[in-house]
Design a protein around this ligand. Sequence first.
Ligand code: GLA
Length: 717
Amino acid sequence: MTSRDLVRLDTGRTSLVLSLRGHQVPRLLHWGPRLGDDLDPGALAGLLAAPRLASVPDAPPLADEPPALSLFPEHGFGFFGQPALLGSRHGEDFATAFALQDVERGQHSLTFQLEDDIARLGLRLELALDPVSDLLRARSILINRGDRPYQVEWLAALALSLPETFAQALTLAGRWAGEFQPVRHPLSHHGQFERIGRYGRTGHASSPTVVVGEHGFDEHSGRVVGLHLGWSGNHRVLVEVRRDGSRQAQLGEWLLPGEIQLASGGTCETPWVFAAWSDRGLTGLSQGFHQYARSTLLPRRLYAKPRPVHVNTWEAVYFDHDVEDLKRLAGAAAAVGVERFVLDDGWFGRRDDAASSLGDWQVDLRKYPAGLGPLIDHVRALGMEFGLWIEPEMISPNSELYALHPEWCLHLEGRERPTQRSQLVLDLTRSEVSEHVFRQIDGLLHAHPIAYLKWDHNRDLAPPASAGRPAARAQTLAFYALLDRVRAAHPDVEIESCAAGGARVDFGVMSRAERFWASDNNDAVERLEIQRGASLLFPLEVIGAHVGAVPSHQTGRITSLAFRARTALFGHLGLELDPRQLSAAETAEIKRHIATYKRFRQLLHSGSLWRFELGDPEALGQIVVALDGSEALVQLARLSQAPFSHTPPARLPGLEAGANYRLELVEPWPEPAASHLANPQFWRAPPALSGAVLSDIGIRLPLAWPQTIWLLHLKRV
Ligand code: GLA
């Protein structure tokens, strides 16, 4: 028996404890509530030691120690589950068995250095626990110490063993116009489930995210762990239950065959995994992710000023651009309180539909005879910022660029080039292509006072190939490099990550962007749930949320302006409509909603978010509470008709039990629900109530009719 030791990382609320035993790969003993400082290593390991098997009744248990889950499970130790590394040198060195050589201990970080002298591989496992948000950040780095290349098929960024009590998982599935849909998976049997994204971008269909927790975990209860891979390319997220009941989660890049050929002396870094732990269900996880995103991940300049109200021209005019018409649209937008005008697709090349011109980033002089300058000047004279849509990673086969450089797209020589939305993807892994794209963007930003880029990416990568080899990974890295270069050259320009809605939303891209476009679906009934799903990971200030026109361009549904505006309020609000199409009454109303957004955006974009349930899945509640507890804003929403006319009182989480709050039912009250208020006089001047009453008893508002949202403001007195 070699000596045992513990290493640990602590925050004010949590501890992460790993056991070290000689040269063995470290094992996770505990990640959860903060433990005392006087832990006895032997005692903790003793408490948690797994029972051994007896093959014959009454016989003494077998002496063999079953191969247990470690921080890097491997075939070389006779482990039969999912290994953290799959790779070989053309079949050799496929089963690794790393030995721990060194542990570097930082104040909030641990780095383990491991070596496999037989397979001639080195490995670094890096872990850091953020003391502010309690978030764990981890990645792996593999080093080829052999003299022949090593082919990596799978390298987990993190392999996290999970408590045996974790019996359910939740992932975020989706499709175009239906992103961030939570799906539950039982973990009752031996086996494994995985979600793979092979789209070459994060994708609509599977966010690189999984939550695992105790049976029945919900918004406010249950121990849960949430894991997210900060990566905008192919990914794989898996949860495995082994035959002995032990379980693990692994996240990493999904690799194409032969995609990583590690040369002699070469290293391969995985993306970072971000993991949150909570004993307060999903809302507790979200608060950890949001806190980390705000304090560490998101660009600082996002917080330098309030998130401006947008108008985006896409659904107002599509490709039908006329500069004088757009000036009038801008005027109408400014008049209702809009602060940033974003000129969407249709301004360049000969872009009269989606079938041409990507790559030709010169202004279309048929539509803008004097270039973009007059429109930009007009927008700025109205007191608004100017933003511009681009899709710089793309090329249309019908474009001048393609005529000049057909070889510049990702393709396989001699094979078809399958288009999506009539477009192909530029091969950013070629330095001349990246250079050209940078020059195009740089030129636009130098030529005009552009404050904002809506950076789109409307298709999946197929084939993700460059020079005959798989290049999905290299393309993702080249995209990051391009974006970083643009940001460094133009540090004042804000960037929105858009990909046919929310197909490129993850912590990788969001460390380089101020906003994401959550979905092309602006139907508020569906958008409410899409934004709720996105808020699992992201704080409201980066969730682009627009008031669309009716009937909805995506679903044909007609909803009230109040319902649409109050949905967009819990995000970064904008308009996705032509304000000139609104009636006089609607114009007056939208002004009020925009004023409400401006009144509350500081609170919404800095406070802590608590989602809550209202008794049936068609009713949704959320509250944002100021960090100092001084105020809060509640959104009570109903999507479709309630099963009963007496909807249950909404019990409000997150308030200080002992504090008193003055209530204000924010106007305009939603019709027809307001006409069902039993006691409108009461709600015109409600008394102050304690946080305890509001959370234990709650408030009851008429919430039986479909498509109703109430807003309630609470001010501590
Ligand atoms: C994508 C975006 C939309 C819009 C169009 C323009 O679909 O998600 O918001 O910008 O492209 O082509």
